[in-house]
Design a binder for this molecule. Structure first.
Ligand SMILES: [Ca+2]
Length: 166
């Protein structure tokens, strides 16, 4: 099954209000009606924009357990260069219950996914973007919550291409 996701990002010039809506459309359906569009709203307070050259990304409540039914988006947008991720800790329920998706770019597009990570094994040592944007989407379901993750990101300047280093 092919699923297209569209990310709407609303911002206001006059407040700090920001929210995302993730829309999934099942492409194989002959006609798309409203009932076939699943809208998932990012959990309140669970969108973060990172624009500095380095920083830490924590799952909700880290190091305590993240909550149930969470959808969090972490948007890393650097002024230039490339993003490099390093996972210090990682512990989420197995897929497809809970997971962390990492996207190369600024949208939650399946074509841009670098990897889907879950379970208690740390993802590859380093994950690189091929540009100045990287987006992470964390999802948790209704049951079983673990401690989540701490990720350190930093800007790198050399011309890394899109890849994972094991
Ligand atoms: Ca769970």
């Amino acid at each position: 099954m092919q699923v297209a996701k569209v990310l709407f990002h609303f911002t206001s010039q006059y407040s700090s209000l920001q929210f995302f809506v993730v829309v999934s459309i099942k492409k194989e359906m002959p006609c798309v009606t409203r009932s076939l569009i699943m809208i998932k709203i990012i959990s309140p307070g669970c969108y973060q924009l990172f624009t500095s050259n380095y920083g830490n990304i924590y799952s909700p409540n880290y190091p305590r357990s993240y909550g149930p039914n969470q959808d969090c988006v972490y948007n890393i947008t650097l002024p230039y260069g490339y993003v490099r991720l390093y996972f210090y800790t990682f512990s989420v329920e197995s897929c497809p219950h809970d997971y962390l998706n990492v996207y190369n770019g600024w949208s939650l597009s399946h074509q841009r996914i670098i990897g889907q990570y879950c379970g208690v094994n740390r993802p590859p040592t380093y994950i690189y973007s091929s540009g100045r944007h990287l987006i992470l989407h964390f999802h948790s379901d209704h049951s079983v919550q673990l401690s989540g993750f701490r990720i350190y990101y930093t800007i790198v300047y050399s011309g890394k291409t899109f890849k994972q280093v094991m």
